[in-house]
Design a protein around this ligand. Structure first.
Ligand SMILES: Cc1ncc(COP(=O)(O)O)c(C=O)c1O
Length: 445
């Protein structure tokens, strides 16, 4: 057993697999565990002191880089001052301040935020708000939800229902009824497009086709990730999101952008909505909000959505929903400090500038062994590999393992290598990431 922490766990006499880990093949992990003990800037550090360049910003979340001192200090200070206060019918100053600053950071017109603790909770909250919005306006017919193929919206029953990754639903049904899905706006002709594909806006017309099947008056909301993330980094074709927006408007359907990955600078703007110039009615966010340091999520809604709930008697709870840890003091402190760091260190401008080199360098891997497609936008990248004959879906993990052995953390998902580095990545680190991947691809059979 190579890792110190696992050895000491065994010495304590604990069950060696006491921690049932998320999305992890437990028995394989115990054979070959990966442990990180510390992190700073662009790097993780193993218990043995080996430095690993983080090509994933943790899990799409540590956007300003690890161990940002201002965030660390803010959490320490908050923990010593106010450990917890409920947000049910009471609050604390940092929650009020953070809500205001977050809404300033969000696209114009999205002025109110409901705090939760994760992306999954954000999505389920947004779906409930969408249904309850129509209900509050006297239109209780609108209950259907439309998601999209390859969409990932977390692990709650709502998010899983609108998601478009079939394997993740196996064994958990029945999921929500009243759900339909748009197809992926992608075809082989869009392979290797750098940034948003020029062609493909017409895929948005599939929404009209779905509405021919499902009475548009029965639909509450359409939910999409502006750029499909976990499903394999699929940027939206130019004009596609604009067209989804127009069709939703035409039919009185709410448009939800799940920005759990694309929020907080990933595309060189606060949210994808600003980067791509399309404003939804509701944004879900999480991950980058606290730079990954404290669990937190948010649902940011338009004045129209919020206003629909505020029409009744003022002493009645408008939304029967919430979580014990909504607006937790440590999370709010970390969120405020993260916005400070973004502003003081110009994190978004850095992301915008380095995404040019990032994307160009990524596309230099065209022609490398096994590479079937490369998709990039902002500081995101997917390198799709052709499936290994007889072992489809294994090349991503094999590639990720080879990269880790060479000192770079990337994510292997099926046959795809996915990248989402901290936004502070330097030019030489960009070269290192893609150089290591190139070397790793050459070793794959
Ligand atoms: C787009 C999107 N939505 C929701 C989630 C779920 O977030 P969490 O894992 O914090 O529940 C994720 C997580 O990766 C995500 O990428």
């Amino acid at each position: 057993m190579p890792a110190t922490a696992l050895r000491s766990e065994a010495e304590r006499g604990n069950e060696p697999d006491a921690f049932w880990m998320p999305f992890t093949p437990m028995r394989a992990f115990r054979q070959d565990p990966i442990l990180f003990d510390r992190a700073e800037g662009m790097h993780y550090i193993t218990p043995e002191g080996r430095r690993v360049l983080d090509g994933m910003a943790g899990l799409w979340c540590v956007n300003a880089g690890h161990a940002q001192q201002h965030i660390v200090e803010a959490i320490r200070e908050a923990a010593g001052r106010l450990d917890f206060v409920s947000s049910f019918k009471m609050s604390h100053p940092a929650a009020q301040a953070y809500a205001a600053r977050l809404c300033d950071f969000a696209p114009e017109g999205l002025d109110h935020v409901f705090f939760v603790n994760s992306g999954s909770e954000a999505v389920d909250t947004a779906l409930k708000i969408a249904r309850a919005y129509h209900h509050a306006r006297g239109d209780a017919r609108r209950t259907k939800l439309i998601g999209r193929a390859k969409g990932y919206h977390g692990m709650g029953f709502g998010g899983l229902s609108v998601a478009g990754l079939g394997r993740q639903k196996r064994g958990f049904g029945p999921l929500l009824p009243e759900v339909a899905h748009l197809p992926l706006p992608y075809d082989a002709g869009l392979a290797f497009s750098l940034g948003q594909p020029e062609r493909g806006a017409a895929y948005a017309e599939d929404l009209e086709k779905l509405l021919d099947v499902h009475d548009p008056l029965s639909v509450a909301a359409v939910i999409v990730e502006p750029v499909i993330g976990s499903g394999g980094v699929y940027p939206p074709p130019k004009g596609y999101l604009e067209r989804l927006r127009a069709i939703c408007d035409k039919h009185g359907i709410l448009l939800i952008f799940d920005e759990v990955i694309t929020g907080f600078g990933r595309l060189g703007a606060p949210f994808a909505a600003q980067a791509l110039g399309v404003t939804p009615d509701i944004i879900t966010c999480a991950k980058g909000m606290t730079n990954g340091s404290v669990p937190m999520g948010g649902v940011i809604v338009s004045g129209d959505v919020y206003g629909a709930f505020m029409a009744g008697p003022p002493d009645v709870i408008e939304l029967f929903h919430g979580y014990t840890y909504s607006a937790h003091p440590l999370a709010c402190a970390a969120g405020l400090a993260t916005l400070d760091v973004f502003a003081e260190q110009g994190i978004i401008a850095q992301a915008k500038a380095s995404s040019v080199t990032w994307q160009a360098r990524a596309h230099q891997l065209k022609g490398a062994p096994h590479v079937a497609d490369i998709r990039t936008l902002g500081l995101l990248c997917a390198i799709e590999l052709s499936p290994k004959p007889g072992a489809a879906g294994t090349r991503g993990a094999a590639g990720a393992k080879a990269c880790l052995d060479a000192g770079v953390l990337v994510r292997g998902s099926g046959d795809t290598i996915v990248l989402s580095p901290p936004l502070i990545i330097s030019q030489s680190e960009i070269d290192e990431v893609f150089g290591v991947i190139e070397g790793a691809l050459a070793t794959l059979d």
